[in-house]
Ligand binder design. Structure first.
Ligand code: F3S
Length: 397
């Protein structure tokens, strides 16, 4: 790989040990994927922040990098294992909290902004069209590539940190035009609405892509979609289809930039959506936990939850998961008080998947197809998907 003099200097240790280690990681990665050079990145988003994922080995790596490492570009974090202010009321034990704080402190020492969120694009980590970035969270990667038109591969924890400490990433994969073309046309012949509806669509298309062995769909038949619907769709298609980039006719910014895929057009009809929704509801379900905010809730979703909950009392554990800066806006707007007066809880910085809550609940209701997948796989909950209105109704009945 051709390196600039600055990149060479990093590689031979002139910029310190952490930058050297980072450049070693990035050149190795670039070598594997046959990258010709590095590219400057505008921002980084790091995943694998929960102590439950990192453990002592991961923490040791971070502490080493933090000895002399300092970020070169705007860098934010994915959700951590707990709400950093409100962890006790969410049932997180002291030992876990102590270790999670050690993790966050190591990131902070490197100059990383410790807002822990999977929707960095709601809180100031917002690239513009065509910009190169190095993000790690799968739903945010899909959103950045598809909805914003920025360019990122799906980074792992170490490679994202390496990009943060050097401001570089190897130029391969989704950084290159030739790898951003749609591979298969999918026509949606059904009405889709709501975060749950777009999550169900993401699962239906994701399942189809796996069968077809493709991962960049060119989707037609969707007349409009809100930001919240697109974030839910991105999370779902990334989960079920492994998709990091899609094009949606009339909606995403690169839909007419590349030639349309040839070959057959696959169809998604009402029946496919009903089947996908049916698969997101478990038998023998006993719901004792409701969670909204996967990916992290926007201020508009929080406003909606507040208006639906106003004056009621919740009868089940009910979390609203969001980024802390969004929670602060909700505080100022008065939505937090309305929500907390009902007994519902904010879980900022974390979510129903990365928090260590396995065994705390039996059945979880959500509006997110991604949360269904990981609620089952990671926390062994039985799950049900529904609209935000149905989630609120379930929590209050
Ligand atoms: Fe975000 Fe957690 Fe969902 S990290 S995308 S809220 S599983």
């Amino acid at each position: 790989m051709k390196l600039t003099p600055e990149e060479q200097d990093m590689l031979i240790g002139k910029h310190g040990k952490a930058a050297q280690k980072s450049m070693e990681i990035l050149t190795t990665l670039g070598g594997i994927f046959d990258a010709k050079c590095m590219v400057d990145v505008y921002s980084v988003q790091i995943a694998g922040v929960s102590y439950a994922n990192l453990g002592e080995a991961g923490l040791e790596f971070l502490s080493e990098m933090a000895e002399d490492g300092k970020v070169k570009v705007l860098t934010t974090l994915n959700p951590a294992g707990m709400d950093r202010e409100n962890w006790q009321t969410l049932g997180i034990n002291d030992e876990f909290a102590k270790n999670q704080i050690r993790v966050i402190d190591a990131f902070a020492k490197m100059g990383i902004i410790t807002t822990c969120s999977c929707t960095p694009y709601f809180i100031g980590n917002v690239p513009h069209f065509g910009q190169h970035i190095a993000w790690a969270e799968s739903s945010a990667v899909c959103y950045a590539n598809s909805v914003i038109g920025a360019r990122t591969n799906r980074e792992g924890g170490p490679s994202a940190l390496a990009s943060a400490l050097t401001g570089k990433t190897p130029k391969y994969g989704y950084h290159l035009d030739e790898n951003r073309h749609g591979q298969v046309s999918i026509r949606v012949n059904a009405q889709v609405k709501g975060t749950d509806g777009f999550g169900v669509l993401g699962k239906a298309i994701g399942d189809k892509l796996i069968k077809l062995g493709k991962n960049i769909p060119f989707i037609t038949g969707i007349p409009s979609a809100t930001v919240e619907e697109l974030k839910s769709f991105c999370a779902s298609i990334a989960t079920y289809g492994g998709t990091a980039l899609f094009h949606m006719e009339g909606i995403t910014p690169e839909f007419d930039r590349y030639p349309k895929p040839g070959g057959n057009v696959s169809e998604i009809n009402q029946e496919d959506l009903e089947k996908a929704r049916f698969e997101l509801v478990d038998d023998g379900l006993e719901i004792d936990f409701v969670s909204i905010g996967c990916p992290h809730a926007s201020i508009s979703e929080i406003e909606k939850i507040a208006s639906l909950l106003k004056g009621k009392k919740v009868k089940k554990e009910f979390w609203i998961t969001t980024a802390r800066p969004i929670k602060r806006i909700a505080d100022e707007a008065g939505y937090s008080k309305i929500i907390e007066d009902t007994g519902a809880k904010f879980a900022a910085d974390t979510c129903c998947v990365v928090a260590p809550i396995k065994g705390h609940f039996k059945g979880m209701m959500v509006d997110s197809a991604k949360a269904c997948y990981y609620g089952r796989a990671k926390n062994k909950f039985k799950v049900k998907i529904g609209t935000i209105e149905e989630c609120v109704e379930e929590a209050t009945k």
